[in-house]
Design a protein. Structure first.
Length: 532
């Protein structure tokens, strides 16, 4: 009785499920003086074993024996008929299916079901009572009593684990929602998503994969393997089923995905990205766990978490879109005022000055008035550029923003800040296919000026030339440096010429010693890509 009380106390004193199961098998061995004890956890279908916890066999022996039993022979007998079973020699029983190689010899046997409520959770299997004797009635009674206490302890531990896991999911969902309400960027929020999913499921790795515009599957966030971010994954993998059909996929034999080959068990649930793009949230483990890694409740929790995160993302995106629309509406108002009032006044002032210059007789006054008109023209161009900026998108990766950044970044090498003139609705009319080449040519032209010109002034003009036929996009980079009759480095000029030729355009390099240099690059645009 003292041993039974000690065993029950040891089993009931823990709320961690794996530790509770380990204590049960050890307590059963101590209580019935058994050499070997195992606890077989019955699977959800009630037809086999999903987990097998052993006592008395070290890890080396377990590795030599091979996979854990699935519930046949004597073990399966207790599954189909969950009643205590005591045998003098289990090998002589008609249901015995023998032992695999390297398995220790076993004879005397005691099997007892462990119930959690009205359901059989698993079975305790005790073999080889020390001293070579059979298990007794007292042993059976004691182990049956222990199994009753073990069932209560397992249920308490599982309930605690469930409550704790749900708290983790609620906290993770709350963090995701708060992150999007703070208007963090998408990659930061997705990284937080993967970290929370990995921690809640005690996984080794978590990955978010989203579809790109070209239908490629791209890793956008990773917890556990940071080198995978930005890599493209094959569509023929298990990810395709999740992304294309919205199916939940459980894998127990490895992913066979580049970069994730070490994952031996994984769960993939659908995840809807921005713009209704398909995606997947993957969590996996690199180590073989005792039994099934994730239960149905974990699967449902991860599905709900992914769905809540997608809803939070959509809601945050809608809020950001509304805020952006409000900003754009205010910008449109300011742009209209600048165009309809300020530019018209400046234009009228310029006409007045031109008329005054024609009536003036003093050449110095005429020169000053002409200079003032030129300054007004330059101011009008600058204001027009500002109007286009105000009418454009608020995104930081727009074409105008990229061109300004290139010009600003070149200041350190040039020694002066280039004077940048942007004419026309560049953001809304220059197609995506031209933008990388335009930016690359500007970088190359400014680099050449920095290396060879020694210029005190550099002017950059990017414009939509609607008067040309065909209409075209023009880039000009002019400097007042030393110039050269023959380019000293042809490779950079050849690259710019090749980029123009690839789009059916042209390239000019005009320079002479002491007279500075002009780089002129242009590509034709279809009429639909130029605003009238």
């Amino acid at each position: 009785m003292r041993s039974l009380l000690d065993a029950v106390t040891a089993v009931a004193g823990n709320l961690d499920v794996p530790q509770t199961l380990d204590r049960i098998v050890k307590a059963a061995a101590d209580l019935a003086d058994a050499t070997y004890v195992a606890l077989g956890v019955i699977d959800e279908a009630g037809e086999g074993l999903s987990e097998f916890i052993t006592y008395g066999i070290d890890e080396g022996e377990v590795a030599r024996i091979g996979p854990f039993p699935s519930g046949h022979g004597i073990l399966g007998l207790l599954i189909s008929d969950p009643r205590p079973l005591r045998l003098h020699d289990l090998r002589a029983h008609p249901s015995s299916s023998g032992f695999p190689p390297h398995h220790p010899p076993m004879s005397s046997f005691l099997g007892v079901p462990v119930r959690v409520g009205s359901r059989v959770f698993g079975n305790l299997y005790l073999t080889n009572k020390r001293g070579g004797e059979d298990f007794t009635d007292e042993d059976e009674d004691a182990v049956v009593a222990l199994a009753g206490a073990a069932g209560v302890a397992v249920e308490n531990a599982r309930l605690y684990a469930t409550v704790h896991r749900r708290e983790q999911w609620l906290e993770a969902t709350s963090q995701i929602q708060q992150a999007f309400l703070r208007r963090v960027d998408l990659d930061t929020a997705l990284q937080l998503l993967t970290e929370n999913a990995r921690q809640a499921l005690q996984a080794d790795v978590a990955v978010v994969v989203l579809e790109r515009d070209d239908d490629a599957l791209v890793v956008r966030a990773v917890a556990g393997e940071p080198d995978l971010v930005g890599s493209t994954l094959p569509r023929e993998s298990a990810l395709a089923d999740v992304v294309e059909r919205g199916a939940t996929v459980r894998l127990a034999e490895g992913l066979r995905i580049p970069g994730l080959d070490s994952v031996v068990s994984a769960l993939l649930v659908p995840f809807t990205g921005p713009g209704e793009r398909g995606g997947a949230l993957l969590v996996g483990t690199r180590t073989v766990r005792r039994g099934r890694w994730l239960g149905d409740e974990d699967v449902q929790a991860l599905q709900g978490f992914a769905a809540q995160a997608a809803i939070a993302m959509d809601r945050a995106q809608a809020q950001q879109d509304r805020a952006a629309l409000a900003v754009l509406a205010d910008r449109d108002r300011i742009a209209r005022d600048l165009h309809d009032v300020v530019i018209q006044r400046l234009f009228a002032t310029g006409l007045m000055l031109q008329g005054t210059a024609r009536r003036a007789s003093d050449p110095d006054i005429v020169e000053r008035l002409s200079s003032a008109v030129k300054e007004l023209d330059t101011t009008i161009l600058d204001i027009r550029g500002s109007i286009f900026d105000l009418s454009g998108s608020t995104r930081s990766d727009d074409l105008r923003a990229q061109l300004r950044k290139v010009a600003a970044d070149s200041q350190a090498a040039l020694g002066v800040r280039p004077h940048l003139v942007l004419e026309g609705a560049l953001d809304s009319t220059v197609p995506e296919r031209l933008r990388p080449d335009l930016v690359a040519v500007l970088v190359e032209a400014l680099s050449n000026a920095a290396r060879h010109a020694g210029a005190g002034r550099v002017e950059v003009r990017v414009a939509l030339d609607a008067a040309a036929e065909p209409r075209r996009l023009v880039l000009e980079v002019r400097d007042d440096g030393s110039g050269c009759a023959v380019p000293t480095h042809e490779s950079g000029l050849r690259n710019m010429r090749d980029r123009a030729s690839a789009h059916g355009g042209g390239f000019e390099f005009v320079s002479s010693a002491g007279a500075g240099a002009l780089v002129r690059w242009w590509v034709p645009l279809p009429h639909s890509e130029i605003e009238d």
